[in-house]
Design a protein around this ligand. Structure first.
Ligand code: ADP
Ligand code: MG
Length: 398
């Protein structure tokens, strides 16, 4: 009897099985790569995005072209899909809570709502026992006038809707901060001390609805003009004691949020060797794109598994990897007059271990993420050599 009972408990169940529909809110490149992973496993994907021409909408099995708060579209999505997730954090939390009446929504609205607002996000990190850089919430110019002058030089960041360094201003003193605050339209902000960074790293984890967690090894991230340029797997080779600390911090955050899905926590490594959390993303992350070619299971197939309630896959690196982001500049490199030319793909693809990923965006713009290149190899030296050759051909800095 006991034997039968325990066997019964071990039978895996799932909330959505291959052949059934999964829903994705957002039509960007992260949604596109989710579609590819889900479709490979036999799922059908419905994407809700208001744009008629979007990277994910164009590969989805069904593109609902509607506003995120369109009642009819949400009804149709919930009816069709066993479970729904997001590919960018600014989907209205109300959309998630409305959908949750009729279908599974992972991650849940309350977790996403915290991540949407830097003021709440930072307070949450602190509550979870995770250190952040010194900061002050700014909801009025009076708050700025009263803030601690020791925060300067500082960065004023709009609390909501920032990405790729947008909605941020570097400010040397209160006067400059006040000007920037006015320029932002006096929206809620955080004022953060600008700290000297030894390095930046991210931890991507996947948490199941049962609370199981699997981690990818931390990734080192290098930014240019506030936009991620390069990610290098195995970030903490130089700081081995930080890997466990970063994973523990990310897990504390995910558990406290009762998070289900892929979560990325961005960290700063300060010059004194301390690790502090910067921000988090409730979805796969640009710094995890290397997992598509270097890992047992990519961050997107893990997103599918967590969403569908399947057992999580293994997330170790099978190979060393570097990811180079491809921004619009790569297409505009030859001219100053914004003429578009096709990069020399045939040359980079002649290098071993090079994998090209393009997002199907028709319009090239400076700073727009158009794709990425993953370069894999046996070890860090080999990958770096290959990545240098790719960077040279594409006129990228490495
Ligand atoms: P975004 O949402 O645009 O990614 P982040 O807060 O991550 O915003 O800032 C983008 C980048 O700017 C960071 O990855 C880091 O390189 C730099 N940065 C942000 N905050 C600070 C800070 N307090 N001190 C020094 N550099 C910072
Ligand atoms: Mg960031």
């Amino acid at each position: 009897m006991n034997q039968a009972k325990s066997n019964h408990q071990e039978i895996p169940t799932a909330d959505a099985l291959p052949g059934q529909w999964l829903g994705m809110l957002g039509g960007g490149q992260l949604g596109r790569m989710f579609c590819h992973a889900a479709q490979q496993m036999g799922y059908k994907v419905a994407v809700l995005d208001p744009d008629t021409d979007s990277p994910a909408g164009s590969v989805a099995d069904w593109h609902l072209c509607a506003d995120y708060l369109d009642t009819e579209a949400l009804k149709q999505l919930a009816q069709k899909c066993k479970a729904v997730s997001i590919e960018f954090e600014n989907v209205p939390a109300e959309t998630l809570s409305r959908l949750a009446h009729d279908t599974l929504v992972r991650p849940h609205a309350a977790a996403v709502e915290i991540i949407q607002d830097r003021i709440r996000e930072k307070a949450f990190f602190i509550d979870a026992g995770v250190e952040v850089v010194p900061y002050c919430p700014i909801r009025s110019s009076a708050a700025l006038e009263q803030c601690d002058s020791a925060l300067f030089p500082a960065i004023l960041k709009a609390a909501r809707f920032g990405y790729d360094g947008k909605g941020q201003a570097r400010v040397a003193n209160k006067q400059e901060a006040l000007l920037a605050f006015r320029e932002f339209g006096e929206v809620d902000c955080v004022l953060e001390a600008e700290v000297a960074l030894a390095s930046e790293a991210s931890v991507i984890l996947v948490r199941s609805h049962e609370g199981d967690i699997t981690y990818y090894p931390a990734v080192e991230n290098r930014h240019k003009n506030g936009i991620l340029a390069i990610s290098i797997s195995d970030a903490f080779a130089k700081y081995p004691n930080l890997e466990h600390q970063a994973q523990k911090a990310a897990a504390a955050i995910a558990n406290k949020l009762d998070y289900v899905g892929v979560l990325c926590v961005e960290f700063f490594i300060l010059e004194d060797g301390r690790l502090v959390a910067n921000e988090m993303a409730p979805r796969p992350h640009n710094s995890g794109h290397y997992t598509l070619d270097a890992c047992e299971e990519s961050q997107f197939s893990q997103q599918v598994r967590a969403l569908a309630g399947l057992p999580l896959g293994a997330s170790y690196n099978k190979q060393a990897a570097v990811m180079l982001n491809l921004l619009g500049e790569t297409w505009l490199v030859k001219s100053d007059n914004d003429q578009v030319s096709t990069p020399a793909w045939e040359k980079i693809l002649a290098i071993p271990g090079v994998h090209l990923h393009l997002y199907g965006k028709s319009e090239v713009r400076k700073g727009r993420k158009m794709g990425h290149v993953n370069i894999v190899g046996d070890d860090a030296d080999q990958v770096y050599e290959r990545a240098s050759a790719v960077a040279k051909i594409l006129h990228l800095d490495l």
